[in-house]
Design a binder for this molecule. Structure first.
Ligand code: GRF
Length: 226
């Protein structure tokens, strides 16, 4: 009879796609560095050479790649370049973090169940663009942030975690965006941690969070105010 020897699992390999400031990327870098997320960031890709997030990645010693959509004749070849780079870096989970290109079903299928996005509103309300302005104009009292699996319909995939943020009477879009962003920086690392720990189960449109022998309801209770 032989005892089974546990094989240590290599940390999950993350790829992060950005187009701009990369403050969510920074939150992921910081929470990987302090051990909160059991993963390593294997590659950061930007479609813009001037994205400040590239600098953040370089500072952290993370490999970066600029794949400029304008340098490709069409969307499929742009996306194929990203798929090839992510595969070459053995990326297992792709995090969209302010990546401003709509992805085609082909890319999404290549990473089905392994592709996350953060959106600055409480989905399914306010998908798409200019969401802070739209939430204010609609008279909503609360908005927030959502981390979800990416599916072929934009901003409509199974929701992993949400943070709720109040909309104040004098808010303009940028004040609200800044309030939401602060909470995005807590929310995205939490969702990625749950994924990296293998605790997420997609059941239709719902995501269950497993905690060893059951479901941990606390992880849904992310409603910081401030
Ligand atoms: C965030 O508000 C995120 O929700 C949205 O784009 C913004 C990116 O900000 N998808 P940053 O580049 O992470 O600072």
């Amino acid at each position: 009879m032989t005892d089974s020897v546990p094989v240590p699992r290599a940390p999950l390999r993350l790829g992060v796609l950005i187009s701009g400031s990369g403050s969510n990327l920074q939150a992921l870098i910081d929470r990987v560095a302090d051990g909160f997320i059991p993963a390593r960031i294997a590659l950061v890709i930007s479609n813009r050479a001037d994205a400040f997030g590239l600098e953040r990645a370089r500072q952290a010693g993370i490999p970066t790649l600029v794949i400029d959509h304008k340098a490709h004749p069409d969307r499929p070849s742009f996306e194929q370049a990203m798929i090839d780079a992510l595969n070459a870096s053995q990326v297992e989970l792709v995090c969209l973090a302010g990546f401003m290109r709509v992805l085609t079903p082909r890319f999404i299928r290549a990473f089905a169940g392994r592709l996350l996005n953060i959106h600055p509103a409480l989905l399914p309300a306010f998908p798409g663009l200019h969401v802070q302005q739209r939430a204010i104009e609609a008279g909503a009292r609360f908005s927030g942030a959502t981390v979800h699996f990416v599916t072929e319909e934009v901003d409509a995939g199974p929701i992993i975690a949400q943070a709720v943020v109040p909309i104040l009477d004098n808010d303009d879009a940028s004040a609200l965006a800044a309030r939401i962003l602060k909470h995005e920086h807590r929310l995205y690392p939490l969702a990625v941690k749950l994924y990296a720990e293998g605790r997420l189960r997609i059941e239709g449109q719902r995501v269950r969070v497993m905690d060893g022998d059951g479901i941990d309801p606390d992880v849904f209770l992310i409603a910081p105010v401030g």
